[in-house]
Ligand binder design. Structure first.
Ligand SMILES: C[S@@+](CC[C@H](N)C(=O)[O-])C[C@H]1O[C@@H](n2cnc3c(N)ncnc32)[C@H](O)[C@@H]1O
Length: 426
C-alpha cells in the first residue's frame, strides 16, 4: 500500500511493523529495523518510527491498562486494534504529538479493520484526560522474576530506569584524545546526556566509542596488557576488543557472525586500533596456543540492557534464558582451557538473570579446582560500583541512579592456578 501524500503515515506504519516483529514474532527491535523501515526514505521518519515503537515497549502494561479501561470486551493482546491504540496513545501521552495528529496517522493503518472502535476508545481516553505513571509498570512476569532474584527495591529502580533512554557513555582510547566534555566515573570514560553520536567532538578522529559504563568493566578487569596475548571471545562489534587493544594487549577477536565481525573491522578502522579477527564458532574452534588472558562476553538474554532495548522485557522467555545458560556453560568450559596457567579469565553477560551470571560461576569454580574468583581491588571499578560478596561484580538498576545509572551486567574475573613452582603471570 502506498503512503505517498500522507505525511507521517510511513513512520507510523513502520512503527506498527516494529511492534509486530517484537510482540508477535519475538524479534529484537534491532533485527527488525531494516525490514520495518524499508520504505521510509526520510531518516527523521525512521527515527520517529523507532521512537514511537520504543516508547510503546517502555510503557506497554500501562498503555494496555488504559485501553482495557475503555473497552467492554478485552481486546486480544495481538489484536490489530490494540496495536493501533498503543501507537496512537503513546504519541500524545509521551511524545507530545497533538491527539488529532496522532489518530489521523493511525486510522489509515486499519484499512478494512476496526477504525470506529479505535477512534472511539482513543476519543474516550483523551476526553478523560488520562496520563501515564511517571515510572512505567514492568511486565508482571519480568517484575516477578527480578523481585525473586533481587528484591522489590531493584524492581522499583528498574521501573524508574526504563522511563527514559539512558545517558551516553564513551570509552576513550587514551585520556588525551579529542572527546566531548562529560563526567568521568573511571579512567578513559566520559558520561554525557544522550545525543547524536556523529555530531560529537572527536568522532571523526576516532579516539572514542560508545559503550555503557557497565559494559566497560570486563576489559578494565584485565588491566594493561603490555603486549601480552588476549583472546576476546564473542568479540563483535568490538567495544571490549577496542578497550583491550587501547590498553596494550595483543588482541585476537573471535566471533561467529561475519556481519558483526565486519562491524568490528569498521570500528577498528575508525579508531585506528589493532586486533586479529577470526570468524569462528567458539564451540568448535581452538586457538593455536593458550593465552595470558581470555575474555568471554557470552551471548545472553541481554535483559540487562532493557533501558536502551526495552524489547527484551517483552520477548525474552524463561525457556530462552535456560537455553542460553546451557550455551554459556559450554563456552565457559572451552574458554577455561585456553587460559595459560597463572593467566586470567573474565566472564561477562549483559543479563539481569542469575542463571547467566552468578549460577554459572558458582558451578564453574565447583567443577574447576584450578580456578578461583579474583575479586577487583579498590580502584579497579568505576566510582559507585561495588564488589559483590562472592568477589564478582553485579551491576543492577539503582546503582549510581542519580547520575544516570548503569546497564545490568555480571562480570567475574578468575585466576587460573599457576603450575607448581611457576611465577604467576597476568
Ligand atoms: C554480547 S555480544 C558481544 C559484544 C562484544 N564483546 C563487544 O564488546 O562489543 C555476543 C557475541 O557473541 C557472538 N556469538 C554467539 N555465539 C557464538 C559462538 N558460538 N561462537 C562465536 N561467537 C558467538 C555473537 O555473534 C555476538 O557478536
Amino acid at each position: 500500500m502506498s503512503d505517498a501524500g500522507t505525511p507521517g503515515l510511513p513512520a507510523r506504519r513502520a512503527a506498527l511493523r516494529l511492534l509486530d516483529a517484537v510482540l508477535r514474532r519475538g524479534l529484537p527491535i534491532d533485527a527488525a529495523r531494516s525490514a520495518a523501515t524499508r520504505d521510509v526514505a526520510d531518516r527523521q521518519d525512521q527515527a520517529l518510527a523507532l521512537a514511537i515503537a520504543g516508547e510503546v515497549l517502555r510503557r506497554l502494561p500501562d498503555l494496555d491498562a488504559l485501553i482495557d479501561s475503555a473497552t467492554r470486551n478485552r481486546l486480544a493482546d495481538d489484536a490489530k486494534a490494540r496495536m493501533a491504540l498503543r501507537l496512537a496513545l503513546v504519541q500524545p501521552l509521551v511524545l507530545g504529538t497533538p491527539p488529532h495528529a496522532a489518530i489521523a496517522t493511525i486510522l489509515p493503518l486499519l484499512d478494512g479493520g476496526p477504525k470506529r472502535l479505535v477512534h472511539g476508545v482513543f476519543g474516550t481516553l483523551m476526553r478523560r484526560g488520562v496520563t501515564l505513571p511517571a515510572h512505567p509498570t514492568l511486565p508482571p512476569t519480568v517484575a516477578d522474576r527480578w523481585r525473586r532474584s533481587w528484591g522489590p527495591d531493584v524492581v522499583a529502580a528498574a521501573a524508574v530506569a526504563i522511563a527514559a533512554p539512558p545517558p551516553l557513555d564513551l570509552s576513550l582510547a587514551r585520556e588525551d584524545v579529542v572527546a566531548p566534555d562529560g563526567v568521568a566515573f573511571a579512567p578513559r570514560h566520559r558520561r554525557l546526556p544522550s545525543g547524536t553520536v556523529t555530531d560529537l567532538p572527536g568522532f571523526d578522529q576516532g579516539g572514542w566509542w560508545v559503550q555503557d559504563l557497565a559494559a566497560s568493566i570486563p576489559a578494565r578487569l584485565l588491566g594493561e596488557g603490555a603486549g601480552e596475548h588476549v583472546l576476546d571471545l564473542c568479540a563483535a562489534p568490538g567495544g571490549k576488543a577496542m578497550q583491550l587493544a587501547a590498553a596494550g594487549w595483543r588482541v585476537t577477536a573471535v566471533d561467529g557472525s561475519a556481519s558483526r565481525l565486519k562491524r568490528l573491522g569498521e570500528n577498528l578502522a575508525r579508531t585506528g586500533l589493532r586486533a586479529d579477527l577470526v570468524e569462528a564458532d567458539i564451540l568448535r574452534w581452538n586457538p593455536p596456543e593458550p593465552a595470558a588472558a581470555v575474555l568471554l562476553d557470552a551471548p545472553c538474554s541481554a535483559t540487562g540492557v532493557f533501558r536502551r532495548h526495552p524489547d527484551v522485557l517483552h520477548r525474552v522467555q524463561p525457556r530462552a534464558i535456560a537455553d542460553l545458560a546451557a550455551g554459556q556453560a559450554a563456552m565457559l568450559a572451552r574458554a577455561a582451557d585456553w587460559v595459560r596457567p597463572g593467566g586470567t579469565l573474565v566472564y561477562a553477560t549483559c543479563s539481569m538473570e542469575p542463571e547467566e551470571g552468578e549460577d554459572q560461576i558458582r558451578a564453574f569454580v565447583a567443577s574447576r579446582p584450578d580456578y578461583a574468583v579474583h575479586p577487583p581491588a579498590s580502584g579497579e571499578l568505576p566510582a559507585g560500583v561495588p564488589v559483590a560478596g562472592e568477589g564478582w561484580v553485579r551491576t543492577l538498576p539503582g546503582m549510581i541512579a542519580d547520575q544516570g545509572g548503569l546497564d545490568g551486567f555480571f562480570i567475574a574475573r578468575l585466576r587460573r592456578r599457576p603450575l607448581a613452582g611457576a611465577e604467576s603471570g597476568h
